[in-house]
Design a protein around this ligand. Structure first.
Ligand SMILES: Nc1nc2c(c(=O)[nH]1)N[C@H]1C(S)=C(S)[C@@H](COP(=O)(O)O)O[C@H]1N2
Ligand SMILES: [Mo]
Length: 527
């Protein structure tokens, strides 16, 4: 038995290794073991398949298993940083587990090894459960755990304690050796992780593919936007949202990297003629260009998950018709390269609206975050039922036959965009001088269009806002209202009416399961 494991039993009572010292050694051994394990796994994942990184795989499982309330909370609280927050959480849990593992390894080597085996099992299970996983994907975890075990044994050995002259406190057997071993291990782990990062960047095949893409000019360009679509008021969102400002909502922990050479889009299911396209085949069909507003069902009243872009793409309806749709079908299931499934009502695609397979956004190939090389866009539907990114297959089927990802989690299978409006300025709790104050914002009801926006100050009457130009029902519409502000604290409310004549309901509803409702309001102070 190792010296660390024995407490000599002299009659006199003497201090054991100080709790402090044990905790420090345990933490050092555990965290370094975890560091080596994860760094090696990361490097091998970069070499084999990025999705086989165990941390990403576990994070992915967490996203898919997270109950609806937790997901909604994460999007509400962390917004576009929800994935960073998740990874921070995963690493924090790992660090805690690592400290315990290190302490266990110092007591008995086999406790440490058993702990690592548990990690290996979790990692392997997570990796294999990811969409598109291959048996090769377990290589990074297993190699990482193998090297990690060796590191742990080395560290635990170097961290042995000895009691030199009872009743003094036990000390490190060889302080210098412990320091040298930990420093060496830390350096090795760091260097391995850095190489893994570099290899990962080098294999950023999506970025390379995207850089090489040339999108031909559209055969049917978008009609020019009238200058009057923008109210030109500070604080109101730009009418077209820049790509870098466009909201991003998806379950992908790392942005999928698509190699355009290998990428194919298939159409099958209940059709006479299943088809497969390469990217060039799609471009060769001739592109159209459309300005379309896209928004997320998770958007709270007044929330930021909406944007408008000029999209270039292939009209989707003719593609489906050419394939010969069987009768009785009502759902098109899109599948993305990382395994998302999105179900779109066939009727919506075929009713004459500009449903697209988009290849470009605001004049550039689709950004990787927004679905390079191809995403679907169906005006009038929330993104989770009409806007699959990183698209790789489409299947014609029925709603009875298949529940896509979000529907399995209780969201509505069909989700037309609800009429909504937002006050962009003044911001909440803004302070303004008494006198004229411009209230302005946006309203949207894709497919129907906005015909009126009204403003209410406190409990006063509803008054018409001035609408900016609205060239298409698939676009949001800006509005302004000139308010003669009097001093005091005031609540401003907005509501919109769509072209069917329906005015937004004041009934508050949360985004789940088919989109939020209620009037956006904001409180300002006038001095
Ligand atoms: N592959 C994939 N496509 C996806 C999603 C996803 O998680 N994975 N999220 C959908 C949702 S919920 C929305 S609102 C839109 C958001 O598109 P954006 O990130 O380009 O704004 O993408 C949709 N397409
Ligand atoms: Mo969404």
């Amino acid at each position: 038995m190792a010296a660390t494991d024995i407490e000599p039993r002299p009659a006199i009572r003497r201090p054991g290794p100080s709790l402090h010292m044990t905790a420090v050694r345990g933490s050092v051994v555990g965290v370094l073991t975890a560091g080596v394990t994860l760094a090696v796994a990361h490097l091998f994942a970069a070499l084999v398949a990025p999705a086989s990184d165990p941390v990403l795989a576990v994070g992915g499982v967490a996203i898919d298993l997270a109950p609806q309330g937790v997901k909604a909370f994460a999007i509400r609280t962390f917004g576009a940083n929800d994935k960073i927050a998740l990874l921070v959480g995963v690493y924090a849990l790992l660090a805690l587990a690592a400290v315990l593992l290190g302490a266990a390894a110092l007591r008995r080597r086999r406790y440490g090894l058993a702990g690592l085996a548990v990690f290996a099992a979790i990692g392997v299970a997570a990796v294999l459960s990811r969409p598109g996983a291959t048996p090769l994907g377990v290589l990074p975890v297993l190699t990482g755990v193998g090297v990690g075990s060796a590191a742990m044994l080395l560290l635990a050995r170097a961290g042995r304690m000895v009691t030199v002259t009872p009743p003094s406190r036990p000390r490190l057997l060889n302080r210098r050796q412990f320091l040298a071993t930990t420093a060496g291990t830390a350096l090795t782990a760091g260097a391995t992780a850095a190489v893994g990062q570099a290899v990962g960047r080098g294999s950023a095949v999506g970025a390379r593919s995207r850089a090489a893409v040339r999108i031909p000019p559209p055969v049917r360009p978008a009609p020019p936007l009238p200058g009057g679509v923008s109210v030109g008021v500070d604080g109101v969102s730009t009418f077209l949202t820049r790509n870098r400002d466009f909201y991003r909502v998806d379950t992908a922990l790392t942005v999928p990297q698509v190699d355009l050479e290998a990428w194919r889009l298939t159409l099958d299911g209940a059709v006479d003629r299943p088809r497969t396209w390469k990217f060039e085949d799609l471009l060769a069909r001739g592109l159209v260009e459309r300005d379309i507003t896209l928004n997320c069902v998770s958007n709270e009243v007044g929330g930021p998950y909406i944007g408008t872009a000029r999209w270039t793409g292939v009209p989707l309806a003719p593609l489906l018709r050419e394939a010969g749709l069987h009768t009785g079908q009502n759902q098109l299931v899109s599948r993305s390269v990382e395994g998302m499934t999105i179900g779109t009502p066939l009727a919506a695609i075929l009713d004459g609206r500009d449903a697209l397979l988009a290849v470009a956004m605001n004049g550039e190939p689709l950004p990787l975050e927004h679905g390079f090389p191809v995403r679907m866009l169906v005006p009038g539907l929330y993104g989770y039922v009409g806007a699959c990114k990183w698209l790789t297959s489409m299947k014609v089927t029925t709603f009875d036959a298949f529940d896509p990802y979000w529907v399995q989690r209780g969201w509505a299978a069909d989700a037309p965009v609800k009429t909504a409006s937002r006050i962009d300025t003044p911001r909440p709790f803004a302070q303004r001088r008494a006198g004229p104050v411009i209230i302005a914002g946006v309203a949207w009801a894709q497919r129907r269009g906005i015909v009126a926006v009204e403003i209410q100050v406190d409990d006063g009457p509803w008054r018409q806002a001035r609408l900016a130009d609205g060239p298409s029902p698939d676009l949001w519409r800006q509005w302004t209202y000139r308010w003669d502000a009097t001093s005091g604290s005031h609540t401003l409310r907005v509501r919109a009416t769509d072209a069917t004549g329906a005015t937004q309901t004041d009934q508050r509803a949360a985004p789940f399961p088919d989109g939020a409702t209620g009037w956006h309001s904001t409180t300002v102070t006038i001095t």
